[in-house]
Design a protein around this ligand. Structure first.
Ligand SMILES: Cc1cc2nc3c(=O)[nH]c(=O)nc-3n(C[C@H](O)[C@H](O)[C@H](O)COP(=O)(O)OP(=O)(O)OC[C@H]3O[C@@H](n4cnc5c(N)ncnc54)[C@H](O)[C@@H]3O)c2cc1C
Length: 394
């Protein structure tokens, strides 16, 4: 009998398992993948996520992998160019974008060092139920064959297409249509900041990572069939037309990887808890990756869940109440970013937004505060202050 079983061992699962173990619980974590291994993602971790890595004692290890500190952001749309950096989260002014085969393994190693029992190459068929209560999971692995393990709490951290959520019948409580499709590749010989370029119908993101610079291109979901028919040609043409100067810089370097991409960027909140179970990360909530918030939000959810459970793990009635609070707080905490993401994912450059951005560009303070809304350090409400009003009326 374990205290907690966590299904999924990447940014949501490993972070959750790590913290439950540090809280003194006996944790089993299983993943069907083997590590280190990669995952479709453009890697950017905003400042609040970096601050959590620091608190968990793993930031130095992440930085030691050689991913550069990203302490300057550039955003260009129409005639507006913003250059600055988010306000800090805790002591962390820089963002980082470590390759996922490095980051995920660092988190797993930290969880194991904290006492988590980890089984990789173990595919979970679904939760074991006692009535409507999750009491464990059933999984199959080459090494152990078909196995059942029991726990007081089952956590589904198994991604957007979560098997745990499906088997528990966790419905979507909020759902919106797909917005974009995204393709990216890696380049060498391309020194860069964290850079964003936008025009109607296209969004380009530039993310320096360990050994290369990633360039991503986001197009409307309605164009997905056209884009995927020839992702490479569409990608280069998008960079050329949306960010011509970046295109020239990229052409002076070398594209060193194939195209990676997805049109399946769902937008939803699932019911995130029930009797004896909870969901974290993409399993609980997924949004278009255009705002690059998935890792950051997974870390936040992991902390939210472990804090909510507190010392109630061995008291089923108290535990279920705490899990219900967790599910409510999850939606409350992430809804504003979800709405902003849906708005940005429309890939429309409205006059209203341009007017606001032109005002922001006049002031380095406002520029940093604007980037702080993107990182999650500031809420949109806090950004909307007197200085912005003055800049807008100037
Ligand atoms: C194109 C793209 C770009 C992105 N860019 C960014 C970015 O720049 N910044 C950012 O913060 N986020 C980004 N994201 C989002 C980010 O990658 C995800 O939010 C994040 O990976 C979610 O982590 P997770 O741990 O919840 O799920 P996942 O990373 O999906 O991990 C789930 C794990 O569960 C395991 N699993 C699944 N089913 C089972 C099963 N039945 N049994 C056992 N194990 C199972 C899988 O093997 C996997 O290891 C991007 C996403 C996409 C698609």
């Amino acid at each position: 009998m374990h205290d907690v079983i966590v299904v999924g061992a990447r940014v949501a699962g490993a972070a959750t398992a790590l913290q439950f173990a540090r809280a003194g619980y006996r944790v089993l974590m299983v993943d069907r993948a083997r590590f280190p291994s990669d995952k479709l993602s453009t890697l950017y971790i905003h400042q609040p996520g970096v601050d959590r890595l620091a608190h968990w004692g793993v930031l130095d290890t992440v930085v030691a992998t050689g991913c550069p500190a990203l302490d300057r952001a550039v955003y260009q749309v129409a005639d507006v160019r913003l250059a600055g950096c988010s306000l800090p989260a805790g002591d962390q002014r820089a963002a980082y974008a470590p390759r996922r085969h490095l980051l995920d393994k660092i988190l797993i190693d930290a969880a194991v060092a904290a006492g988590v029992e980890f089984r990789e190459g173990a595919s979970v068929a679904g939760p074991v139920l006692d009535g409507d209560r999750a009491v464990g999971v059933e999984f199959r692995s080459e090494r152990h064959g078909r196995t059942r393990e029991h726990a007081h709490l089952v956590v589904g951290a198994d991604g957007m297409r979560s098997t745990v959520a499906k088997r528990l019948g966790a419905p979507h409580v909020v759902e919106d249509p797909l917005r974009t499709c995204a393709y990216y590749s890696y380049w060498t010989g391309l020194p860069a900041d964290f850079e964003l370029y936008e025009r109607p119908g296209n969004w380009i993101g530039v993310v320096p990572t360990n050994d290369a610079t990633l360039i991503a291109s986001y197009s409307p979901q309605a164009d997905f069939d056209v884009v995927r028919a020839d992702p490479q040609a569409h990608y280069l043409e998008s960079i050329r037309t949306t960010a011509p100067a970046l295109y020239e810089r990229a052409m002076a370097g070398e594209q060193v990887d194939r195209m990676h991409g997805s049109g399946d960027q769902q937008n939803f909140f699932r019911q995130a808890s029930g009797p004896g179970w909870a969901l974290v990360g993409d399993a609980a909530h997924h949004k278009d990756s255009i705002t690059a918030r998935g890792i950051n939000d997974a870390f936040w959810q992991a902390e939210l869940l472990v804090t909510a459970v507190g010392d109630a793990l061995h008291d089923p009635a108290a535990l279920d109440k705490r899990l219900a609070v967790y599910a409510d707080d999850l939606v409350d905490g992430l809804f504003e970013c979800y709405r902003n993401t849906l708005m940005i994912g429309q890939l429309e450059v409205t006059d209203h937004r341009l007017t606001m951005l032109r005002a922001v560009a006049q002031s380095p303070t406002l520029t940093d505060r604007y980037f702080a809304t993107a990182s999650g350090v500031l809420s949109v409400e806090d950004f909307d202050d007197d200085e912005l009003d003055e800049a807008l009326s100037a």
